[in-house]
Design a binder for this molecule. Structure first.
Ligand code: GRG
Length: 305
């Protein structure tokens, strides 16, 4: 597919996902409406919707045709958004800009930033649970698939996934000793790749893919997630703050060790390409048309935001 056509399709799909996500956002009313506004502000700040897009495309590639995927699409974006909201807090990265606008804590205050993140994490699971209402009650297999998808999502977001990666990242920053390449890969694998793995495997599980296919997609998500995080490290050095919607150079300012400081810019670029191509190769096992998904993976190699 030529690049312009791909970009148009990408935009169209992101807009469709936005519409789905919005249907699961809470009404800004009641005595607690401040936290609800802060939650909505964060989700509606306009991210790329990469994780729901990966989930939807994988679901379709594996033959999924239902609507039980929709609550999960919203849930993964809510978990991702909560992680950004908390990551921006003064106790973590202390960032003022994200997705081209002020961070949640900057607008609503630090306490509300903490609560908005907590609220989004809970809302994610309240939302994903709605998938049970979208499958036939008598269809035990479909019920099992939803339960399995919930298990995967919870696990990948937790202490053995995203939260675990963030923990090691934070501790390694204050340790005063250089981080090793193995530690950095552990951080990338957990902090960033885990949720990308969840996106691909939840899509596959809900569609009824077999264990081998789910395993292949788990590896695919790992490669893609590592590539995505290395590119994030690269963009912090060579990116454009206008395009990124956040300041660049923050890693250097925070004396943070990244893939670029450890391996150099050239090797970092090579490795983004290598991991991405490995992820694409794993898609080769799937017979159904997945040309958009493949192009999406490849487009991330040179992403500028
Ligand atoms: C558990 C608090 C907590 C944090 C987890 C995910 C994370 C750790 C922190 C967020 C900051 C960060 C550098 C995450 C790595 C993943 C990443 C590159 C996120 C940005 O994702 P994009 O580019 O963002 O998809 P948009 O705004 O487009 O959705």
């Amino acid at each position: 597919m030529e690049t312009q056509k791909f970009n148009e399709l990408l935009q169209k799909k992101a807009a469709e996902l936005d519409e789905i996500i919005q249907t699961f956002l809470p009404a800004e009313e009641g005595l607690q409406k401040t936290v609800i506004s802060a939650m909505n502000y964060s989700v509606l700040a306009g991210g790329k919707r990469l994780r729901p897009m990966l989930m939807m495309e994988t679901y379709r590639m594996c033959g999924g045709k239902g609507r039980e995927i929709e609550p999960f699409l919203a849930a993964v974006e809510m978990i991702h958004t909560y992680s950004l909201v908390h990551d921006d807090l003064p106790a973590m990265d202390n960032d003022s800009y994200r997705r081209g606008r002020e961070t949640t804590w900057k607008v609503y205050g630090e306490t509300m930033g903490i609560l908005a993140g907590d609220g989004l994490l809970n809302l994610a699971f309240e939302t994903a649970l709605k998938a049970f209402d979208r499958v036939d009650e008598g269809d035990a297999e479909a019920m099992k698939r939803v339960a399995e998808a919930l298990k995967v999502l919870a696990g990948k977001a937790g202490a053995y996934g995203m939260i675990g990666g963030q923990t090691v990242d934070i501790e390694s920053e204050s340790r005063g000793e250089p981080v090793t390449e193995a530690e950095l890969l552990f951080i990338h694998r957990c902090k960033t790749a885990a949720l990308i793995q969840a996106s691909l495997t939840v899509g596959a599980i809900l569609a009824g893919a077999g264990a081998e296919q789910v395993k292949a997609l788990e590896k695919c998500g790992e490669d893609l997630g590592i590539a995505f995080q290395i590119q994030d490290d690269i963009l912090d050095v060579v990116g454009d703050s206008g395009e990124l919607g956040k300041p660049v150079g923050s890693d250097e300012e925070n004396h943070k060790q990244t893939y670029v400081t450890l391996c150099g810019l050239e090797r970092a670029k090579e490795d983004v390409e290598r991991y991405s191509r490995e992820a694409v190769a794993l898609l080769g096992e799937f017979e159904a048309d997945h040309s958009f998904l493949e192009q999406l993976f490849l487009s991330l190699i040179h992403r500028r935001r």
